[in-house]
Design a protein around this ligand. Structure first.
Ligand SMILES: [Zn+2]
Length: 382
């Protein structure tokens, strides 16, 4: 009895992004136990029920000794177990588990910008705040996933972060509604999400499962992605009358695409976390459109993080000086105005500085862009 605790006989592997309570519930099911029984009688000295813990607390910040005992009994690494709880996502998802103050909000949400120029959103009083955690929020599940026999529940389905399932592309629904509908013998059918929503949620899912997100310009850390998305949600919830004319036009373009009044009819500004679910869904939809429209060049993102949503401009690799000289000489002989390689090169290096986000199409060349044009355009101009 003094040695290491014995492994539980059956312990299915955790799935990527799965909540700790979901996985332990599956483990207990393998042993024909309830989760309560597993935690009360099979964790040795780390039994947590006597201390007033509930299964839901497992997903927030379980004591280290509980995680250590679970790790001993399942062979799952301690770090992997922590990643199945929100405490394991500090400081990526949030800077700390405790509520922050005004400075915390300003740093997380408004230190950078995406669509608008820095500082354009202005100031709002937010004395107590924590990112992504909405009071009274309920689990949202994909109808297809919820119907699967393995009963895997993602940790992030607790947060208002995604509108769709990254695997099935259908809208998530309140988990309680799904259960009730199934109980009544009329399960909710999957409802396809809009393409731009699927794309946004695919990136968030990538952040959750890999720790990085592949954006058009480069890959970014999950911590950058969560802050970029939260900043974008803040910007689309800003009153158009509060910003510059060009930003007002951008916000109108986005909300027109969503098909609802600007900022989903919000009269008095509140942080995203304090909105009701319907308003949060509208904001996420607007953020999805904003990303799509930025990438396709419909709108221009003027913020510090805006360029991340567009491709690096095409930069041709010159084949060397000799061909360029021959070309210039040929043009001079023919009386054609001076060539473009030198000018283009100079212009390109000047515009490469990110003082202005690119205009025009996604990955396309345009006279107002911040990089050199594609060869086809170059030929056309020559
Ligand atoms: Zn699904």
């Amino acid at each position: 009895m003094n040695g290491r605790p014995q492994r539980w006989p059956l312990h299915p592997r955790p799935q990527p992004g799965e909540a700790l309570s979901s996985w332990l519930d599956r483990v207990s099911g393998e042993h024909s136990l309830t989760l309560h029984d597993l935690l009360e009688h099979n964790l040795g000295s780390a039994s947590i029920v006597d201390e007033g813990w509930s299964a839901a607390d497992l997903d927030w910040a379980p004591p280290d000794r509980v995680l250590a005992e679970v790790s001993e009994r399942t062979g799952v690494e301690l770090g992997d177990l922590r990643a199945m709880t929100f405490s394991g996502w500090v400081p990526w998802l949030m800077d700390a588990l405790d509520e922050g103050d005004q400075e915390h909000f300003d740093t997380y949400v408004r230190q950078d910008s995406v669509l608008l120029t820095p500082g354009e959103v202005g100031h709002n009083v937010v004395p107590r705040w924590r990112p992504w955690l909405a009071p009274g929020a309920v689990w949202h599940r994909c109808p297809v996933c919820a119907d699967a026999p393995d009963r895997v529940v993602p940790l992030f389905s607790r947060l208002p972060l995604m509108l769709s399932c990254a695997e099935h592309g259908c809208l998530v629904k309140p988990a309680g509604d799904l259960v009730l509908a199934a109980f009544d013998g009329e399960p909710m059918p999957p409802e396809p999400a809009r393409p731009e929503t699927v794309e946004l949620d695919r990136r968030t899912h990538e952040a959750i499962t890999t720790g990085r997100v592949t954006l058009p310009r480069r890959s970014v850390h999950a911590g950058v992605w969560f802050r970029l998305l939260r900043t974008l949600l803040d910007e689309v919830s800003t009153s158009p009358s509060k910003v510059r004319k060009r930003s007002e036009a951008v916000l109108h373009t986005i909300w027109e695409a969503v098909g609802t009044p600007a900022r989903a009819g919000l009269n008095v500004w509140r942080p995203f976390e304090a909105l009701d679910r319907e308003q949060q869904e509208a904001m996420l939809q607007a953020a999805a459109f904003a990303m799509r429209q930025t990438e396709t060049g419909v709108i221009t993102a003027w913020g510090t993080l805006g360029p991340l949503l567009t491709c690096l401009p095409y930069q041709p690799v010159e084949s060397g000086a000799p061909p360029r000289r021959r070309s210039r000489a040929r043009h001079q002989r023919r009386g054609i105005p001076q060539p473009t390689w030198t000018q283009r090169s100079r212009t390109s290096s000047k515009r490469r500085r990110p003082t202005k986000p690119p205009r025009g199409g996604f990955c396309s060349a345009s006279p107002g862009g911040d990089g050199a044009p594609r060869p086809s355009n170059a030929n056309a101009r020559n």
